[in-house]
Design a protein around this ligand. Sequence first.
Ligand SMILES: *[C@@H]1O[C@H](CO)[C@@H](O)[C@H](O)[C@H]1NC(C)=O
Ligand SMILES: *[C@@H]1O[C@H](CO)[C@@H](O)[C@H](O)[C@H]1NC(C)=O
Ligand SMILES: *[C@@H]1O[C@H](CO)[C@@H](O)[C@H](O)[C@H]1NC(C)=O
Ligand SMILES: *[C@@H]1O[C@H](CO)[C@@H](O)[C@H](O)[C@H]1NC(C)=O
Ligand SMILES: *[C@@H]1O[C@H](CO)[C@@H](O)[C@H](O)[C@H]1NC(C)=O
Ligand SMILES: *[C@@H]1O[C@H](CO)[C@@H](O)[C@H](O)[C@H]1NC(C)=O
Length: 559
Amino acid sequence: MIRKMTPTLRLVLLSIVSLIFWPTTVVKGEDPYIFFTWNVTYGTLAPLGTPQQVILINGEFPGPVINSTSNNNVVVNVFNNLDEPFLITWSGVQQRKNSWQDGVLGTNCPILPGSNYTYHFQVKDQIGSFMYYPSTAMHKAAGGFGGLHINSRLLIPVPYPDPEDDYTVIINDWYTKTHSALRNMLDSGRTLGRPEGVLINGKNAKGDGKDEPLFTMKPGKTYKYRVCNAGLKTSLNFRIQGHGLKLVEMEGSHVVQNVYDSLDVHAGGCLAVLVTADQDPKDYYMVASTRFTKTVSTGKGIIRYEGGKGPASAEIPEAPVGWAWSLNQFRSFRWNLTASAARPNPQGSYHYGQINITRTIVLANTAGRANGKLRYAINGISHVNPPTPLKLAEYYGVADKVFKYDIMQDRPPASDKAEIVMQPNVVNITFRDFIEIIFENHEKSIQAYHLDGYSFFAVAIEPGTWSPDKRKNYNLLDAVSRTTIQVYPKSWAAILLTFDNAGMWNIRSEIWERTYLGQQLYVSTLSPGRSLRDEYSLPDNSLICGIVKDMPKPPPYTL
Ligand SMILES: *[C@@H]1O[C@H](CO)[C@@H](O)[C@H](O)[C@H]1NC(C)=O
Ligand SMILES: *[C@@H]1O[C@H](CO)[C@@H](O)[C@H](O)[C@H]1NC(C)=O
Ligand SMILES: *[C@@H]1O[C@H](CO)[C@@H](O)[C@H](O)[C@H]1NC(C)=O
Ligand SMILES: *[C@@H]1O[C@H](CO)[C@@H](O)[C@H](O)[C@H]1NC(C)=O
Ligand SMILES: *[C@@H]1O[C@H](CO)[C@@H](O)[C@H](O)[C@H]1NC(C)=O
Ligand SMILES: *[C@@H]1O[C@H](CO)[C@@H](O)[C@H](O)[C@H]1NC(C)=O
């Protein structure tokens, strides 16, 4: 499938081959380790003025940044000091051969209150900006999220000069209700309604002249801002008064470097921009405001010029209106084909436009009722997590006692009014198949999807209904390889990817009330030989729960 190997690609492939033995046989020439110990606790903060319960990591809200370099082994020992089971997922980090560390309920037993679990994963050549966040319950509504950077090793050049500094910007919609109150609303069949505000790094500037700056810039210097939307559901427009945003990277891909006045960052999405401090030396507002909502809610933060004088102007630049603007912006995002940085998807879909599609899966969101209560579904199936994680059931050879494969069709039911079925939703995908997934949004609100374990080529988003003849409109040359995609109301989005990463992987709506109420599924892709070449064995420290708890551990995979 790989026609021409670039030197970088060859390097990447070599480093992958050299990793096959990890982690069961640890030894020489190993890649560097970075260690973190995280204490997850409740705390009280007042991000919008009223004190409320939040989730802290080592006392921080948002949590600490993981600043890694490609090939680092990242080891995070997470102590759950909440009163509920908890997991963190590393959004967008590919976890090659290692769905064991994905931190979702289909792959991991939750970390019980008062106990800990040590995640161990290796970040590969996805040079870029990512985040982590809680995957359990509605914990994400209270915090527990933060930035995760993967920097380039020195031998792989990055297509822009080293910035003066590297800043992490977590933007999110915010509710003043606790995560348990929000969860109770969903459990009782109600929707969450509108968020009460927007935060930038856990705060919203008051604008009374006393706000502490979030960031400072030296006049004349250029800074990298990595922006991630960790919110529950709202797309946010990001902008900085008086400054252009030069887009350089999205979820691990270097892009063609256009300058934007503002950028829409959809739920679950991350991007990096360069900003040059080339204006009058004073304060400026960084702004994140809600998109596609009846009333616009705005979060602000101060950026201060070092040695600058004067407050930020109270005049906030206007946000764009409507979703056509956003769709046009999506179409302007292009992969930089000449950037010599590592390819985000080095396993073979580099010339993705020339690979024959082996399977097309059309996934449509549906909302409806099951047992009299609101549920969200994909193709009529509303996913429920069984007490035994799907991946453990599969590994222990007792999948048939926990779930059925392939209960969902590859096409949506003829009517959106079709009954919603609550069941674990696991799709069996043949290892290394090149697959087209169409996300259809039949509803009036914006949707966003995320796929764990992979980057995919986001080849099209269009209004209306998808049909095979729409393939002629796909970007088969320089679509950005990324890990989330938004789907506008009454529109569809198409992605292409090779399922070459064995494991059990979550596809979910990034609209969190939807994913909580079942709008997610898992794909199981296993290599035929169950070889260590393709997937790691169950790690020794894995938490074991459900029906496999007292079963003998299956023998590890072999080469
Ligand atoms: C975590 O934080 C809690 C609350 O501050 C504290 O009681 C506990 O000792 C901390 N645990 C660790 C492992 O630091
Ligand atoms: C992150 O790591 C890179 C590479 O080691 C280093 O150059 C950079 O200064 C670090 N950034 C921060 C914000 O610590
Ligand atoms: C929990 O933390 C201890 C160190 O404090 C560590 O030895 C142990 O392996 C951790 N448990 C898991 C399941 O990772
Ligand atoms: C793409 O990357 C190359 C190589 O680093 C760089 O010189 C070029 O400016 C980038 N192109 C665009 C359009 O951003
Ligand atoms: C793709 O399909 C076309 C038409 O069926 C066929 O001619 C071509 O050889 C296939 N290409 C590959 C790489 O399999
Ligand atoms: C999944 O698909 C593969 C390849 O088509 C097949 O060999 C395997 O039996 C399927 N597994 C299940 C559980 O259906």
